[in-house]
Write a protein that binds this ligand. Structure first.
Ligand SMILES: Cc1ncc(COP(=O)(O)OP(=O)(O)O)c(N)n1
Ligand SMILES: Cc1ncsc1CCOP(=O)(O)O
Ligand SMILES: [Mg+2]
Length: 209
C-alpha cells in the first residue's frame, strides 16, 4: 500500500469503550483514512488483542492497513499490517525479523534527522517527526521544526510522517514541504464528526486543480 495520506491514531478516550473504538475507527475509514494506528496504553493484554483483531478485520474490509503502537508481538498475534516503535520500544531490526519483509514498521524520530537516518538503515518503512504543534495527547513530546522537515525530505528516500497537534487547518505547510503521512489523534478522534474530520485532512492530498 502507498504510505501517503491521513494516518489516524486512536485516542485514549475512544479506547475506553470497545464499541466506541470500533465506531470511531469505522467513521475515520468512512472519511477516507487508509492507515489506522491502534494506540491504547490502558487496556489489558487480552483486551488489546481482542480489539486489535476486531480493528484488523474492519480495516481490511475497507482496504485500509492497521498498525499497532509499541507492541510487535501484538501486531503478530492480531494479524495487523505493522507496528509503530518509539525510541524505547525496541529495535527496528528485531521487529522486521518478527513481522517479515512486507510489514509496515514506523519509527518515532522526534526532531532528529540522525535518528531517522538510523531507522532507515535498519529497515524502517517510514519515519515520524513531531510534535509540530501543541498536543493535548502528548504535551511533553519534543518539538520538531519545518526546517528539519526540509532537511529530512532532502536526505531521506522513505516516506515521512508528521505528528503532533495537526489539524486539517494547520498541516498544509507540512504537506507542502513533502510530508507523506499526516498523523493525528485528537484532530480526528476528538472531532464532533469523525468522518468529516478525516475527509478534511484528505483534501490536503488532492492535486490542486
Ligand atoms: C505516527 C506516530 N508517530 C509518533 C508516535 C509516538 O511514538 P512514541 O514516541 O513511542 O510514543 P507513544 O505513542 O508510544 O506514546 C506514534 N505513536 N505514532
Ligand atoms: C503520539 C505523539 N507523538 C508525538 S506527538 C504525539 C501526539 C499526537 O496526538 P495529537 O494529534 O492529538 O496531537
Ligand atoms: Mg511508543
Amino acid at each position: 500500500m502507498s504510505l501517503s495520506g491521513l494516518y489516524a491514531v486512536t485516542s485514549e478516550a475512544v479506547c475506553e469503550d470497545p464499541q466506541r473504538l470500533v465506531s470511531a475507527v469505522a467513521a475515520a475509514l468512512a472519511g477516507g483514512a487508509r492507515l489506522i494506528q491502534y494506540r491504547d496504553k490502558r487496556a489489558s493484554t487480552d483486551q488489546r488483542e481482542e480489539r486489535a483483531k476486531r480493528l484488523r478485520r474492519l480495516c481490511h474490509e475497507a482496504g485500509a492497513a492497521l498498525i499497532i503502537n509499541d507492541d510487535t508481538e501484538l501486531a503478530l498475534r492480531s494479524g495487523a499490517d505493522g507496528v509503530h516503535l518509539g525510541a524505547s520500544d525496541g529495535a527496528i531490526r528485531n521487529a522486521r525479523l518478527r513481522l517479515g519483509p512486507r510489514a509496515i514498521i514506523g519509527r518515532s524520530c522526534s526532531g532528529s534527522l540522525e535518528r531517522a537516518q538510523a531507522a532507515a538503515a535498519e529497515g524502517a518503512s517510514y519515519v515520524a517527526f513531531g510534535r509540530f504543534f501543541a498536543s493535548r495527547t502528548k504535551p511533553d513530546a519534543p518539538p520538531a521544526s519545518l526546517e528539519l522537515l526540509d532537511a529530512a525530505r532532502a536526505a531521506l528516500a522513505l516516506p515521512i510522517c508528521v505528528i503532533g497537534g495537526l489539524t486539517a487547518d494547520n498541516a498544509g505547510p507540512l504537506r507542502a514541504r513533502g510530508a507523506d503521512l499526516i498523523a493525528a489523534v485528537d484532530g480526528v478522534f476528538a472531532a464532533p464528526d469523525i468522518e468529516a474530520a478525516a475527509r478534511a485532512y484528505l483534501k490536503l492530498f488532492k492535486d490542486p486543480t
